[in-house]
Ligand binder design. Structure first.
Ligand SMILES: *[C@@H]1O[C@H](CO)[C@@H](O)[C@H](O)[C@H]1NC(C)=O
Ligand SMILES: *[C@@H]1O[C@H](CO)[C@@H](O)[C@H](O)[C@H]1NC(C)=O
Ligand SMILES: *[C@@H]1O[C@H](CO)[C@@H](O)[C@H](O)[C@H]1NC(C)=O
Ligand SMILES: *[C@@H]1O[C@H](CO)[C@@H](O)[C@H](O)[C@H]1NC(C)=O
Ligand SMILES: *[C@@H]1O[C@H](CO)[C@@H](O)[C@H](O)[C@H]1NC(C)=O
Ligand SMILES: *[C@@H]1O[C@H](CO)[C@@H](O)[C@H](O)[C@H]1NC(C)=O
Ligand SMILES: *[C@@H]1O[C@H](CO)[C@@H](O)[C@H](O)[C@H]1NC(C)=O
Length: 284
């Protein structure tokens, strides 16, 4: 949801088409490669079924780049690609559908949370460097939100002191990733000439928004399955989704996405975006 709303802030008239259906000159307006359940790591989300991992999304992007080259357009391919803003928001599933599912994935027995954050940060930096090599120059990289606090995790952690320790444990692991990501963004800016990388502080935005604080965040808008966290087919829904932070027990509502995307575009606090926000990235 973040990237369509970011596109709206940039005054795009139509939503960016998904890679699966984008055809012809449409690809010059942008392509959406996002995939539910996908991660930085290839195996992330495999218990959820098919998904397009970051490495596969990069392969799809290479296909788009070769189509632009073949298109014989007036501007050079490099010129097109260097004007695009590449919005990257990935990593939640590397925690929720990998590290914190020890019954299916071995990562938590191999790595401490600090080591896992470094492994993810390094792999994402390599992926972003590949994107740079294909011609990308403007990157907006979203940090992860406090995913320990989503309803399905809150309920699986239980209530009481142990429950909040379990939620904090996940949020602390994710924050190690975020702190590392911010310094990787700084390093990428030093390493790669004529490129601008920015880091969006999702946890900071999430914890300082009065609007978000006013929403119901411990209960989902729809009647959700306690095992999958997804909406039950034909189940009931809340009467006004603008008053809820979560649609199902995992995914934020549109109003939440619009707060994140809005402050990523135009920062309201100096800690929202580093070193600057998307409105400045657009002018770079
Ligand atoms: C992930 O899978 C892709 C193919 O989809 C492969 O090219 C890549 O090397 C794999 N990456 C890792 C780290 O195994
Ligand atoms: C290329 O430029 C010419 C003249 O400026 C214009 O008529 C044509 O539509 C342009 N083609 C593309 C693919 O943008
Ligand atoms: C916390 O969890 C431990 C181990 O699961 C248990 O022994 C203890 O009673 C729990 N404490 C509370 C306050 O629930
Ligand atoms: C930046 O370059 C240095 C030296 O080549 C390298 O060790 C480091 O991993 C690079 N950092 C990133 C985030 O790409
Ligand atoms: C995010 O913002 C909060 C303040 O809202 C700040 O305390 C925190 O250090 C920031 N995190 C990063 C990684 O910059
Ligand atoms: C959700 O929070 C509200 C207000 O803080 C509280 O009254 C309600 O009992 C909570 N519901 C659940 C299921 O935790
Ligand atoms: C839904 O809630 C929002 C936020 O409280 C409010 O602005 C809006 O008027 C409500 N819509 C309806 C139809 O009640």
């Amino acid at each position: 949801t973040l990237s369509p709303i970011t596109a709206e802030s940039l005054e795009f008239v139509n939503f960016i088409p998904p890679f699966a259906t984008a055809r012809g000159r449409e690809i010059l307006k942008g392509v959406n490669y996002a995939s539910g359940g996908a991660g930085i790591r290839n195996e992330t989300g495999q218990t959820q079924g098919d998904r397009i991992s970051m490495d596969r999304q990069l392969k799809n992007h290479q296909i788009t780049v070769s189509k632009i080259k073949l298109g014989n357009h007036n501007k050079s391919t490099a010129e097109y690609l260097s004007k695009c803003i590449y919005v990257v928001a990935i990593g939640s599933n590397d925690y929720l559908n990998n590290y914190f599912l020890p019954q299916y994935y071995p990562t938590s027995t191999i790595y401490t949370p600090q080591q896992y954050a470094v492994v993810l940060n390094d792999q994402l930096s390599q992926q972003l460097t590949s994107l740079y090599k294909y011609g990308a120059r403007k990157f907006a990289i979203f940090g992860l939100a406090a995913i320990g606090s989503i309803p399905i995790i809150r309920s699986s952690c239980g209530s009481g002191t142990n429950g909040s320790a379990c939620v904090d444990n996940i949020n602390n692991a994710v924050e190690l990733f975020n702190v590392g990501l911010k310094s990787h963004v700084a390093a990428l800016n030093r390493n790669l000439t004529r490129a601008s990388f920015i880091f969006i502080n999702s946890t900071g935005i999430g914890s300082t928004s009065p609007l978000l604080a006013s929403l119901v965040s411990n209960v989902s808008c729809c009647e959700a399955s306690s095992t999958t966290g997804l909406c039950v087919p034909l189940g009931s829904t809340c009467s006004n989704r603008s008053q809820y932070a979560f649609f199902d027990s995992i995914h934020p509502t549109q109003i939440v996405a619009s707060v994140y995307a809005g402050r990523a575009y135009k920062a309201e606090s100096p800690t929202d975006a580093y070193p600057f926000d998307i409105s400045h990235l657009a002018q770079h």
